[in-house]
Design a protein around this ligand. Structure first.
Ligand code: PEP
Length: 452
């Protein structure tokens, strides 16, 4: 963390009126150890502020930056223009109190300033306050969530219905949906099943099926450690991702029987499953060990798939939401905002997984996913939470996959037994993707209208 807070990568931009203040702030931020990307302008040549505001706000929307500053004559035009980009919250700031509240209450990613209103020293004071302030969550979180709802309700509908061409309309509808809805993640853990030979055969067949008819999904398999190397060899260059089923947090050491992140990374695997229900129940995995593993995985460039879920007893006492919220919070403890889009979460209630599992009601699953996203939103802001893929796992089959695909908070599936045979896994993937593409866009992205 640097002096200016943990948001070390900051975008900055201005029109010709804001040039001097923008340059001053840029140099100040660099001095404070921030990485600053200057979107211009770089001279006094007149420029229309929406051009700069648009480029900066789009970069924020894509997640390239989670903080940005825009300067024009009053700060108003920049704020209005930036706020047209879905997911962006820009606040025009002229005083220290607003600088603090823009972050704490509104979770604003962009601060705009008026060079004709604030002088150099106030501008520096405002940026320092704004960067040092964090979203307070709590009572502010539902309000920010409502801003997102408004955005979905009006902007998506207005933009999509504002154009008449069917293809443009369709493309526009697609761009307005969060990425998590456009590209679901579907995967399977083989648990303690499959020899190396069986694993290679499976991977080969799955790649062939995926190449024969590509799907708008990210597909992954988690073989046992013994088959990791050889499966990664087969999948090199293919769209199929491979991961491990567990990991120790340390690079090496006296941990008999354990496997380190370096070893997993060397095998070519990209993902690692952490905190599976069976590991929690049978092998004493705790929330804090999951957290150590999550942080270690991220440090080593492995994407953690964090499994959370309540037991049947916890469900019977109606504390599922509290239990899962607690698991998510601890798993993400000390994980920086910029790493959140790199994580995957699998909600897998203990009572739904394995031979004795009972099928979960898709509506209950959706509500739990919503709760998980809320927990992430409280901590990191709603726009970051929207980037996280939350998968469902527990007795998923090709028969019930469609029902889960209809739920707007289900961003993919994590499958056990029903995916251990390639054909049946492919059926599940196809069912999920086909259901998604047939649905009108509205239930999947707030009130985004269907493209008729
Ligand atoms: C699991 O154990 O993670 C799982 C999803 O298993 P199944 O699909 O077999 O219930």
């Amino acid at each position: 963390m640097n002096e200016a807070g943990q948001h070390s990568k900051i975008a900055i931009g201005c029109d010709h009126n804001g040039l001097e203040i923008k340059n001053l702030l840029r140099d100040h931020l660099i001095e404070r150890g921030c990485e600053v990307v200057d979107f211009g302008v770089h001279d006094n040549e007149p420029v229309d502020y929406p051009e700069i505001a648009g480029s900066v706000a789009e970069a924020v929307q894509k997640g390239t930056f989670n903080r940005a500053v825009l300067v024009c004559g009053t700060g108003a035009g920049m704020a209005i223009a930036a706020n047209k980009v879905p997911g962006v919250r820009a606040v025009c700031v002229h005083d220290p109190y607003t600088a603090e509240r823009a972050r704490a209450s509104n979770d604003a990613q962009i601060m705009t300033l008026g060079s004709q209103i604030v002088g150099s020293s106030l501008a520096i004071q405002l940026i320092d306050i704004w960067l040092a302030s964090e979203f307070q969550g709590g009572r502010s979180a539902p309000k920010v969530a409502k801003i997102c709802e408004l955005e979905r309700k009006y902007w998506n509908v207005a933009s999509v219905s504002g154009c008449t061409d069917r293809e443009t309309k369709s493309a526009l509808a697609a761009t307005l949906q969060p990425e998590r809805l456009l590209t679901p993640w579907l995967g399977t853990s083989w648990k303690m099943n499959k020899t190396r030979t069986e694993a290679r055969e499976y991977a080969q067949l799955l790649i062939e099926a995926m190449e024969a008819s590509p799907l708008p999904a990210t597909v992954f398999i988690l073989p046992p450690f013994t088959a990791l190397d050889s499966v990664c060899e087969i999948t090199r260059g293919a769209a199929l991702k491979v991961g491990a089923q567990n990991m120790h947090w340390a690079d090496d050491g006296p941990y008999t029987g354990e496997v380190s992140p370096l070893m997993i990374k060397e095998s070519g695997a990209e993902l690692v499953e952490l905190g599976h229900f069976e590991r929690r129940q049978e092998f004493g995995e705790t929330d804090s060990s999951v957290n150590r593993k999550v942080r270690s995985a991220l440090e080593h460039g492995l994407r953690p798939l964090i499994c959370v879920g309540e037991t049947d007893v916890q469900q019977a006492y109606s504390v599922a939401e509290e239990v899962v919220a607690c698991q998510v919070k601890i798993a993400l403890h000390d994980v920086g905002t910029d790493r959140i889009p790199d994580i995957l979460i699998a909600y897998e209630p203990g009572w739904a997984i394995g031979e004795k599992g009972t099928e979960a009601n898709p509506v209950h699953v959706n509500a739990m996913h919503l709760r998980i996203r809320e927990v992430i939103g409280y901590q990191y802001g709603q726009s970051i939470a929207e980037k996280v893929h939350i998968l469902y796992g527990g007795s998923v089959t090709s028969t019930n996959a469609a029902a889960f695909a209809c739920q707007p908070e289900v961003d993919g599936l994590f499958v056990g037994r029903a995916a251990w045979e390639v054909g049946s896994f492919v059926d599940i993937i196809r069912t999920f993707c086909a259901t998604r593409s047939e649905l009108p866009a509205s239930p999947l992205a707030g009130n985004l209208i269907g493209v008729a």
